[in-house]
Design a protein around this ligand. Structure first.
Ligand code: F6P
Length: 540
């Protein structure tokens, strides 16, 4: 029997068992948790005891990981093998943070280049922050990063996450092609003291190029040289030059850094400007600690591996279609969006590496919002809806506001309470007693009691960490990157391509002429044609 079949059989066997009953084992909390402690990072503690995973299931999940060739694949990634087979590329974002290491690609060292680019970024960021690089109107007060997907989500999320460390110019992010986005960001800014960063690996992405042109037009109203205060983060040096950006202001990166894994290099420039090069190095250092842990810790003690296996258990074995990521850390408000790209663009595939149909579901739907806000929005459904939604809670042991420590304690209490409530629920007996205490009787008591039942037995995992510092953020993001990698290897997916985003882009290009009043109707469906007609009628 293969591990998948054995897991399905085991699921059948345990389907009547409650998660709470597993705590009859006094050692459960200890045995079903993994941690990592590091001087620079602090501590990260993953508790997966509030799931239906028992020792036998864990062994089967570990066998699944081992049987997938995970360890060999992991080494292949770290050592520059071309594991992105559909694009014939290596996957070496880990090299961007392996600053003391030696990494070769096709026999040639790549670390000199990585370190040189980082140094160039640091010189630029320092010169900007210290006022040596200036706008025509004086010191740069605002930086606008124009990019989308991996060229936006990482730095935008991290700048928000590291608010206590922001001591540079204000950073803004524009991603959407909707003109409202760039309009609203640029409107209050002064072009004479604004720096525009165009972040695009390919320098062809429609949204980014449209926004970059709008920003250049905006600059030209105040500056005689409209690209004087432009920087580009891109691999396409010919295109950045054609756009008019000084090659000295271009920070390039190689095709072995995928968009959603790119915050560690030039795409992180806005973050570096915002928090300073030293904190950016700490961010890289935290990720390097996680890389080392992922590469060396035994699978059962390995944070990314165990987080991945809990996800595979819930989605691929139990069949729960979504995963909620709930940071009890307001500054991680954009983490769910970041993880949506990381997980769903990486593993939302329907064919295996060899082109055959996948035999099991790929990525779950990943979604979420910070707690406690989510409690007042969708937790009703998580507790009492008909679907089971495994929750991943993130919680810092310490906040950054000592004067508001009492609020942090409230936050902690709420997070732990949700995990408890999901697991234990509230049985009908208790609900009846509550209604009786309110003086209800008979049918009304029964009716009201049923509304107050929580079925419980709903799984959650808790990712607890010391404090959201730059090093901790780096470690957490690397943890999620490797989790996605492990899931992809176990499923036999290439996690590093994204062909699924292409078709919509092509069709948008085809539709644009029609939307602008031209031709292109041949072969189109009547729904789309009618929508175009209706839009043009309403818009006049
Ligand atoms: O959405 C597809 C995608 O290619 C992402 O993978 C990438 O992060 C994003 O577009 C932006 O691409 P670029 O950096 O080339 O503009």
């Amino acid at each position: 029997m293969d591990s998948w079949t054995a897991l399905a059989a085991r699921l059948e066997t345990v389907s009547d068992r409650t998660i709470a009953s597993l705590f009859d084992d006094p050692a459960r909390a200890e045995s079903f948790s993994v941690s990592l402690a590091d001087e620079a990072v602090g501590e990260i503690f993953l508790d997966y005891s509030k799931t239906n995973i028992d020792a036998e299931i864990r062994d089967l999940l570990l066998a699944l990981a081992e049987g997938s060739g995970l360890e060999a694949r992991r080494e292949a990634m770290f050592t520059g093998a071309r594991i992105n087979e559909t694009e014939d590329r290596a996957v070496l974002h880990t090299a961007l943070r392996n600053l003391d290491g030696a990494v070769t690609l096709d026999g040639a060292d790549i670390m000199d280049g990585v370190r040189a680019t980082l140094t160039r970024m640091e010189v630029f960021a320092r010169d900007l922050r210290d006022g040596r690089i200036r706008g025509v109107g004086g010191r740069i007060s605002d930086v606008v990063n124009i990019g989308i997907g991996g060229s936006d989500l990482g730095p935008a999320m991290a700048v928000q996450a590291l608010k206590p460390y922001l001591d540079g110019p204000r950073c803004h992010f524009v991603s959407n092609v909707d003109g409202a986005h760039i309009h609203d960001v640029l409107e209050p800014l002064n072009p004479e003291t604004t720096l525009i960063i165009v972040a695009s690996k390919t320098f062809t992405t429609q949204e980014t190029m449209a926004n970059a042109q709008t920003a250049r037009d905006w600059m030209s109203r105040g500056l005689s040289d409209p690209t004087r205060q432009f920087v580009a983060l891109s691999s396409a040096l010919d295109k950045t030059a054609a756009f008019g950006i000084d090659p000295a202001r271009v920070f390039g990166f190689e095709d072995w850094v995928g968009g959603r894994f790119s915050v560690w290099g030039p795409i992180g420039l806005s973050l570096m400007i915002a928090i300073g090069p030293d904190h950016f190095r700490a961010f890289l250092g935290g990720a390097a600690v996680m890389d080392q842990h992922f590469r060396t810790a035994p699978l059962a003690q390995n944070l990314p591996v165990m987080l991945a296996l809990s996800g595979l258990w819930h989605h691929q074995v139990c069949g729960y279609p979504t995963r909620a990521v709930i940071p009890y850390d307001q500054r991680l408000a954009r983490l769910p969006a970041y993880l949506q790209q990381l997980e769903m663009e990486s593993n939302g595939k329907r064919v295996a590496m060899d082109g055959s149909d996948l035999k099991r579901p790929s990525s779950p739907v990943v979604w979420g919002e910070p707690g406690t806000n989510g409690q007042h929005a969708f937790f009703q459904m998580i507790h009492q809806g008909t679907a089971t939604v495994p929750c991943e809670f993130l919680l810092a042991a310490c906040g950054h506001e000592p004067a508001l420590a009492h609020q942090h304690r409230l936050l902690v209490a709420n997070c732990l309470a949700q995990a408890e409530a999901l697991m234990h629920g509230r049985p009908l007996k208790t609900a009846r007693a509550m209604m009786k205490a309110r003086g209800l009787t008979g049918k009304e008591l029964e009716r009201q009691a049923r509304h107050r039942v929580f079925p419980g037995n709903r799984p959650s995992v808790m990712l607890l960490y010391s404090r959201l510092t730059p090093a901790m953020l780096g470690a957490l993001l690397a943890l999620y990157e490797h989790r996605v990698f492990v899931e992809g290897v176990v499923l036999g997916i290439n996690s590093f391509d994204q062909w699924g985003v292409e078709l919509g882009k092509e069709l948008a290009q085809q539709l644009l002429p029609m939307i602008e009043g031209g031709s292109g109707a041949e072969g189109r469906d009547s729904s789309t044609l009618r929508l175009i007609e209706t839009i043009s009628r309403i818009a006049g």
